[in-house]
Design a protein around this ligand. Structure first.
Ligand SMILES: NC(=O)c1ccc[n+]([C@@H]2O[C@H](COP(=O)([O-])OP(=O)(O)OC[C@H]3O[C@@H](n4cnc5c(N)ncnc54)[C@H](O)[C@@H]3O)[C@@H](O)[C@H]2O)c1
Length: 470
């Protein structure tokens, strides 16, 4: 065995195989492996902090200079992490952030956590994955493990990531599964969830080869208590989509039945779900709402539909669920317009207060939130004055394809503000909202989340989605 000028051991054949797998295994076991987290967003930052907290020297790579500067200054921008958690690992030198890949040859294990959006035609946009992989490939060296975490369609790791890495590997004479390693391990983080965090949420791992699976399992096992291995990245990619499609389909089901309850009258879907949830097996409660949001549930199913089309296969559940869920903001806006019609005010003079623009409770994420569509539809209906309040979101503009964004003024939920608006519409049931005050002072309330369930209120001024009289 020779020592190359860059310090990397040069070996060949089975000796190298033993060498690289064994060496990386030892580094991970001894916590001397250097971790790289690519993409420091909702997924990447908590993962990076978790590894750093466990004692691994961790480097976050993000193209956003602003995020990198914030982190290196010990500034936390993730609501699920405490400022102390971030400061602690940064001050101890266990977490640093960089905005280019020049350091990547020094890193042993990469977690790729970049966005996976859809195009205007709802086809997968894997360009972020490709760009990140290309950057890693440019510095590829023996002994590196790359774990893709971004949600994507089955086949991405094998058909998109692998060829990029192998092209670079070929130049270096490296073989996948022997000299470097590749796996997929989907992310399950649920922002805002205090009960299930990175450490206590099981993860799934599927590697390109047995050695890839073994090393990726070992790496994930450093920060997660329970790692479930599957036979390939494709299975892991597919299971993640199943998780998200399961949610989308079940939410669509209750959304449809909520509308039926409103049609029947005097049957509240909320009471129905609560009753069904007493069954201790075979039922899991899902709740109606104003529509889906976030970077996952409204987007990911389209990744599978796209693959299905390549196989001349129609994913009808995905299509149907999307149709029902995407119609929910329209249903909510109809109720707002009806509520306004019961007030002594013309639609164009009406003032609407949107309570909650984040896509779900207790988070600051407004990506694809139903609030975008609700504001746009209200404006289309002629409502000029639309304001919002959200304790987690400091600024908001309603975005829609092919149209200019609509800036929305932020206000606090004071008695005066509530009284001044003709209708308050609860789109997000943040814990921090003053529901007593809202129930007392808003002239009319459209409640798309059953947020006022436990607040004494005048039923006549509440329009509860799925409540049987919406
Ligand atoms: N947000 C969630 O709750 C959640 C949950 C499970 C899975 N996921 C999946 O995880 C992935 C990441 O989602 P997110 O919500 O963390 O996204 P995000 O937008 O919050 O963060 C992505 C980060 O990647 C950075 N980035 C983009 N291109 C890069 C590149 N080439 N190199 C380095 N950094 C780059 C961006 O600057 C950004 O900071 C997506 O595939 C998403 O579907 C998200």
């Amino acid at each position: 065995m020779n020592q190359a000028s860059n310090g990397v051991a040069e070996t060949s054949g089975p000796e190298l195989q033993m060498h690289e797998t064994h060496k990386l295994r030892q580094k991970i076991d001894r916590r001397t492996a250097r971790i790289g987290v690519v993409g420091l967003g909702y997924v990447g930052l908590p993962l990076a902090v978790e590894f750093a907290d466990t004692g691994f020297h961790t480097t976050g790579i993000d193209l956003s200079t602003e995020r990198v500067q914030q982190l290196n200054g010990g500034i936390n921008y993730n609501e699920d992490l405490s400022d102390q958690q971030v400061q602690h690992v940064v001050e101890k030198g266990l977490l640093q952030a960089v905005d280019d890949y020049s350091i990547s040859r020094e890193l042993d294990v990469f977690f790729v956590c970049v966005p996976t959006p859809v195009t205007a035609h709802k086809d997968p946009d894997t360009s972020y994955i490709e760009a990140a992989t290309q950057s890693i490939a440019e510095h590829l060296r023996p002994g590196q493990l790359i774990i893709l975490k971004s949600t994507t369609y089955p086949g991405t790791t094998e058909e998109v990531v692998r060829p990029i890495l192998e092209e670079a590997a070929q130049e270096e004479g490296l073989t996948l599964g022997r000299d470097f390693f590749l796996a997929f391990s989907p992310e399950r983080i649920d922002p805002g969830n205090q009960q299930f965090t990175t450490a206590n949420t099981p993860v799934v791992v599927g590697g390109m080869t047995p050695a890839c699976t073994e090393l990726a399992t070992l790496a994930m096992g450093q920060v997660v208590a329970d790692v479930h291995t599957v036979s390939s990245p494709k299975v892991a990619e597919m299971e993640k989509l199943l998780e998200n499609i399961f949610r989308s389909v079940n939410i669509a089901l209750v959304n449809e039945l909520a509308q039926l309850c409103d049609r029947i009258g005097d049957v509240s879907m909320w009471e129905v779900v609560e009753a069904a949830a007493t069954k201790p097996f075979g039922f899991m409660p899902f709740y109606p709402g104003p529509g889906l949001g976030g970077h996952c549930i409204p987007i990911d199913p389209h990744y599978l539909s796209w693959v299905a089309r390549k196989y001349n296969f129609e994913t009808s559940f995905i299509t149907l669920a999307a149709r029902v869920n995407e119609a929910m903001p329209f249903y909510v806006v109809d109720a707002v317009v009806r509520a306004i019609s019961h007030q002594p005010v013309r639609l164009s003079d009406a003032k609407v207060l949107v309570l909650g623009v984040a896509f779900k409770k207790n988070v600051d994420d407004t990506r694809h939130s139903p609030a975008h569509t609700v504001v746009k539809l209200l404006r289309d209906q002629g409502v000029e004055t639309i304001r919002y309040s959200d304790p987690h979101v400091s600024s908001f503009q309603a975005e829609s394809p092919h149209e200019d964004a609509i800036p929305v003024e932020r206000v606090e939920v004071t008695e005066e503000v509530l009284a001044e608006h003709d209708v308050a519409v609860v789109l997000t049931d943040h814990d921090a909202f003053p529901y007593q005050r809202i129930a007392k002072h808003a002239p009319a309330i459209v409640d798309a989340r059953n947020a006022l369930e436990h607040i004494p209120h005048n039923r006549d001024k509440i329009y509860l989605l799925g409540g049987g009289d919406f």
